[in-house]
Design a protein around this ligand. Sequence first.
Ligand code: H79
Length: 434
Amino acid sequence: MKRVILLAISLFAVSSLIFAQENYQPSKENLESREWFQDAKYGLFIHWGVYSILGDGEWVMNNQKIPVKQYERLPSFFNPIDFDAAEWVSMVKKAGMKYITITSKHHDGFAMFDSDVSEYDIVDKTPYGKDVIKMLKDECDKQGIKLFFYHSQLDWHHPDYFPRGGTGSGFTGRPQNGNWDNYIDYMNAQLTELLTNYGEIGGIWFDGMWDKKNADWRLAETYSLIHELQPGAMIGSNHHVKPYPGEDFQMFERDLPGENTMGFNQTNTISALPLEMCETMNGTWGFNLQDQNYKSVKRLIQTMVKASGYGANFLLNTGPMPNGEIQPENVDTLIKMGKWLEKYGETIYETRKGPIAPQDWGATTIAKDGTVYIHLLELKDENLLIPSLPEKINSATYFTGGEKVNYSETDYGILLNIPKEKQENYDTILTIKM
Ligand code: H79
C-alpha cells in the first residue's frame, strides 16, 4: 500500500514537473544569468577527453570504428601531468573571455569528473586519478570565471543507450539489448552530480539529441531537475532545431544565427532567447595532431563581431593535448584576440544587437547608454552606403582617435566616406550618438 502511495506521489511529482516545463517561467536567478550571459559575449569551449591521446578529434571512436572494449584501454594512457588549471584560467582571462564551457562527458561516454554512478570516469580509470573538472571549477571560482558543462546525451559506450541511434552503432560491440529508461536515469544521476558537487555552475550545454530524433528523452524531467537543483543554471541544447520549452539559450554550431553553411543547422528560427555561436580553431573540436588549418585571428575576430551584431555570444573552442596543455598555436591566437578586445572591448561586451542587422560589410552593436557602434569589417573602397538608422545622427566619430567621420544622410541610407588611412586591419569602428 505504502508503495502505491509513493508511486502515486512520484508520478504526480513527475507529471507536475513536465507541466512546469511546458509553462516554464524562468526564475529571477535564471533571468539574471541570462543578462549576465548576454553581457559576457565571449567564452572558451574546451573539448577534452581520453580521445585527445589519439590526436584525431573527439569523434575518433566513431570515425575509426573502435569497439568499446578497445576504446576502454585509452583511459589507462591518460595522464595529463602538465595540466595546470590556474594557467588555463589565467589564459582565458588574458584572452578577454568571461566563461568556459568544458566537456563533462562527450559522445564516447567517458566522464571527465568523479562519478559515483559509473566507474567509467577520470578518477576511477586513469593513472592521473584526479577530477580535472573540480580542479578547473575551483580555479574558475578563484579568478571569477563562470563554468558551464557540455554534456553529451548521445553515448557510444553505455549499454542501455538502446535502441542505438544514427551513430555509434554497428562497431561498438555492445549487446543488442538495453533499457532506454535506465540510460536516462543514469544521465540524470550524472547531471545531479554535476549540479550538486561543483558549487554554482553557469549551465548545461547539451549535445547529441539529433542522434535519436524520435526517442523519448524525458526532456521535461531532465530540465526540471536542473532548474530545481540550480535555478540560475542556463540550459541550452545543440539539437539544431528551434528551442524546446525549458531551454534558456539557443545555440548555433559553426554558423552565425540563421545561417546553414554546415548543412545541419536545420532551423533559421532565431528565438528571443539569448544566443550563442560556437566555432572551432581548426577542423575538429578535440585535439588534432595533424590538422594545421587554423583560422586566422582576423577571421575569428570578424566572426565574433558579426555574432555580436546578431546579439550572439561567441564560444571559441580549443582541444587541449593529452599532456594537459593547450596547444601553443591556440594560445597565441587567443592572446592576440584578447589584445584586440583590450582596445575595442567596449564595442562588444555588454552590448546587444545593433539597429542594422549584420551585412556583408559588417555589423552593428548597441551599448546600454544607446551608443551605436558600426563595425566596418569589409571595405572595398572609401565609400560605403549603409541602411539608415532609426534616428537622426547627432555625432559620428572614429572609435580610434575620436575624429569626426565624413558622412551624409540620404533618402537611400547613410553614405560613409572612410579614407584608406582610417581603415583598420580587422574592424574600423564608428561611434554613433543619436
Ligand atoms: O562537440 C562537438 C562535436 O563533436 C559535436 N558538436 C560539437 C559542439 C558534433 N557532432 N556532430 N557534429 C557536431 C556535426 C553534426 C553532424 C550531424 Fe549528423 C549531421 C548530426 C546529424 C546530421 C553526422 C551525420 C552525424 C549524424 C548524421
